[in-house]
Design a protein around this ligand. Structure first.
Ligand SMILES: [Zn+2]
Length: 120
């Protein structure tokens, strides 16, 4: 899939997040990379690059007290990783949506443990 097409899917996924949640997204960039970098892999605690589909880097809203002039949070989607585990375009669409929701949840300070409990 072309990167530009993948980026469209990412933005569609973001558009599907309910507006009342989306409006609270604060200072966060959404970017697409092919594969995670070594640093990102180490930071995530995941060893196989194929398994890291997306990554949230930043300071969750729940941990911001004196939040002034800082770099925006970053949510990265790894296109090749996602394509690797998907056979069809429909699967990619679904995986992109799940990953965006998952990383946005981290932006709101929800942990992986809690997300697992919620089945997200
Ligand atoms: Zn996570």
């Amino acid at each position: 899939m072309e990167t530009s097409e993948f980026e469209v899917l990412v933005h569609q996924a973001l558009d599907q997040i309910p507006p009342e949640i989306r409006m609270h997204l604060d200072n966060v960039d959404l970017v697409v990379e092919e594969w995670p970098s070594n640093e990102q892999l180490v930071g995530s605690g995941i060893e196989k690059e194929q398994l890291l589909l997306g990554l949230y880097e930043g300071l969750p809203l729940t941990e911001r007290s004196d939040y002034g002039m800082v770099l925006p949070d970053k949510i990265t989607l790894f296109q090749k990783s996602i394509e690797e585990i998907c056979d069809t375009r429909e699967e990619i669409v679904e995986e992109v949506r799940d990953t965006v929701v998952h990383e946005v949840a981290h932006h709101f300070g929800i942990s992986d443990e809690r997300l697992e409990e919620l089945g997200v």
